[in-house]
Design a protein around this ligand. Structure first.
Ligand code: ATP
Ligand code: MG
Length: 355
């Protein structure tokens, strides 16, 4: 997609949206509600006409404002799984999956063959005559995926396909989507506000912010290690933000009177603005020597890690320690006073947008 512009009335949702997805890649598009994710893929699939830009699928131009090309959705060969109307309740599983082919007037025998293939791929063989109401939520989603496969096993777009499912089923579906992808080498564009699902499933993640622009594209590791801005930092994973300030030569957490934490200017401090430190719960270390003192307010055991809520001045910080770290007898009790040290902290302009 290149230089795509889409407005609803006077509200321009996508201003100049460009995105390239490589063959065989799973790309996640994440971003806050209303930022334009669904709009972007509606444009890709041909359900709305951009005012500007070009869309190319496998080398074939399917939309170009300039060249007046506009291929209808059913001929773009993109499989689609939408959450709202994932399956049609009044059609059997077979008819649901056959629908995109019937619409393209594919011969009956060919339809039967491809439906059977798609059901096999999504592990729904044997359910042909079931109605959706006779299926579980997870099975309905599989039918939706099978239907997408009959449109194309080349490119599939999924818009929040599994948010209705419970956590365990969701996990299973993610694994299955991944397996299906590696079997068929399908290109998948996966839209969600669930950044964890995106990180688990996707090769690359595209992060959109409220104004419809893309603020970062990269692997989950890129996002975690080098978030492009404060928005990405706060969007990916749990984060703490603490205002900081320089006071008579030392750097202080700007809490109460100021709590000094560094005698030298920390790396990454931005000049000329009010700074805020972004710090991950895993990057706060308990250190008795540290001048930053806090009190454990709450300690929650989460199996592989401990989640601590630590009060420092008037702020509550999230701290995580892996259970392995804690096996050395250092488990912290509620009410206990601790020293805190920061690793890998980032600095942002306190005025910058966050989630
Ligand atoms: N048919 C429409 N008419 C007018 N405005 C619309 C229409 N569809 C979407 N919008 C507006 O466009 C913006 C983007 O909507 P879109 O559905 O693309 O968001 P989204 O990123 O998919 O959000 P969510 O995560 O909630 O699904 C929103 O402000 C929405 O109100
Ligand atoms: Mg949406």
């Amino acid at each position: 997609m290149e230089h795509i512009r889409v407005s609803y009335g006077s509200h321009t949702v996508l201003k100049d949206f460009s995105l390239t997805v490589e063959p065989g890649e799973i790309v996640g598009i994440v971003g806050p509600s209303g930022c334009g994710k669904t709009t972007a893929i509606r444009a890709l699939c041909g359900f709305l006409n951009p005012e500007m830009g070009e869309i190319t699928v496998n080398g074939r131009t399917v939309f170009s404002k300039k060249e007046r090309v506009n291929v209808p959705p059913e001929n773009r060969k993109i499989g689609i799984v939408f959450q709202d109307y994932a399956v049609w309740p009044h059609m059997s599983v077979y008819d649901n999956v056959a629908y995109p082919l019937k619409k393209r007037k594919v011969p009956k025998a060919e339809i039967a063959k491809r439906v059977s293939y798609a059901l096999e791929q999504s592990h729904m063989t044997g359910y042909e005559n079931y109605m959706p109401s006779q299926l579980s939520g997870g099975q309905q989603q599989r039918v939706a995926i099978a239907r997408a496969l009959t449109s194309s096993d080349d490119i599939i777009v999924m818009d929040e396909p599994i948010t209705n499912l419970d956590a365990k089923l969701r996990e299973e579906m993610l694994v299955e989507i991944r397996l299906m992808q590696s079997r068929l080498n399908t290109t998948i564009i996966y839209i969600t506000h669930d950044q964890e699902a995106a990180m688990q499933l996707c090769d690359r993640i595209v992060i959109m912010q409220k104004d419809g622009s893309i603020c970062q594209i990269g692997t989950d590791e890129d996002m975690i290690k080098n978030p492009a801005n404060r928005f990405v930092f706060s969007f990916i994973g749990v984060s703490n933000f603490i205002p900081v300030v320089e006071k008579s030569g030392s750097w202080c957490l700007d809490i109460g009177e100021g709590i000094p934490y560094s005698g030298v200017r920390p790396k990454g401090i931005l000049p000329g603005v009010k700074n805020v430190m972004g710090i991950r719960p895993m990057d706060i270390i308990f250190d008795d020597e540290s001048p930053v003192r806090g009190t454990i307010e709450q300690s929650v055991f989460l199996g592989s890690l401990f989640n601590y809520f630590v009060r420092v001045g008037d702020q509550e910080l999230r701290v995580q320690r892996s259970t392995l770290d804690s096996l050395d007898g250092r488990e912290y009790a509620e009410g206990q006073e601790v020293g805190l040290r920061f690793l890998n902290e980032k600095y942002y302009n306190a005025e910058e947008e966050r989630v």
